[in-house]
Write a protein that binds this ligand. Sequence first.
Ligand code: NAD
Ligand code: UDP
Length: 345
Amino acid sequence: MAKQVTNGDNNSAAKAPPPPSPLRFSKFFQPNMRILVTGGAGFIGSHLVDRLMENEKNEVIVADNYFTGSKDNSKKWIGHPRFELIRHDVTEPLLVEVDQIYHLACPASPIFYKYNPVKTIKTNVIGTLNMLGLAKRVGARILLTSTSEVYGDPLVHPQDESYWGNVNPIGVRSCYDEGKRVAETLMFDYHRQHGIEIRVARIFNTYGPRMNIDDGRVVSNFIAQAVRGEPLTVQAPGTQTRSFCYVSDMVDGLIRLMEGENTGPINLGNPGEFTMIELAETVKELINPNVEISKVENTPDDPRQRKPDITKAKKLLGWEPKIKLRDGLPLMEEDFRSRLGKPTN
Ligand code: NAD
Ligand code: UDP
């Protein structure tokens, strides 16, 4: 029986969790922890898999449809006896015996999630239902990677977890942000109604090696542009802010949340806040002082400011990011240069 968990506010009344599946108990003694990572071939997922694989007691199964991820991100583990890679779309049920589920599957780049919004919302809603159904069947603990987008264009700054958000329900970003909001609701309903052990992380903008080079997110865009010697495209007005967390810090936070005793939701992000103009200037200074910075048109519903309040993560998980933006950008540059075939001279 799992220990009593809280959401940090002491108001999380839930049924006792279901026992792990009889199938698992009927098996011979199994010292390993079997962990499913949906979306494990993507950017954050593949770094999470690397970290989980470092522990010899972990067996890791990745389920991914490769929409925005790639087998390349998992290639160092293919053939490893503790690793399995399954081509699977989470909008279809998946039957595997696991102890933990990190549920990341979902495109995170606005360009990709807006490309097929109906599929994005199905991934968030049906995909999360399927993973919760799996968690219920096998008695697994499940962690959802939700997003700071649930706060929409926030009227509270910085955002803490008690803020309910300011989200346009019918906009072009709604498939993602409303999709994640429903996914969070499903997590808490399964927790209250069926006793499922849940963990909900609200991730703020994360960057690092292995981001899709042309996926349209701001850090990957600016670094690819700087390496290629193209103008850095700051979308108007350029005063909008984001807070950027290096991926190794994010992975550390996710594992602490999974292993801890709090359901969340818990903000995970780096509170350092930058305007997009400041970000462009920093990339220019660190990576290519010769590039221009150009102002381009923006897309609808772009949040004007975003910065996490991470008091809860500090207190409940003992977590805070260690890597500053100026230290993280050069680590990403190396990876982009090698993938773009433009090594440092
Ligand atoms: P990513 O696009 O690199 O990874 C997502 C992975 O999910 C990809 O490998 C993709 O192929 C897979 N996927 C998408 N739809 C799927 C489906 N229907 N079935 C199976 N697999 C599917 O994105 P990421 O940056 O690694 O984000 C991972 C998670 O973190 C996402 O849930 C995202 O919403 C969340 N998140 C990320 C950020 C960020 O800044 N990177 C911020 C907030 C939240
Ligand atoms: N952005 C930009 N130039 C780009 C891509 C994005 O100025 O080439 C801006 C965008 O307008 C937004 C911020 O960067 O204000 C972050 O955008 P991203 O798509 O990375 O993430 P999200 O909007 O989901 O936080």
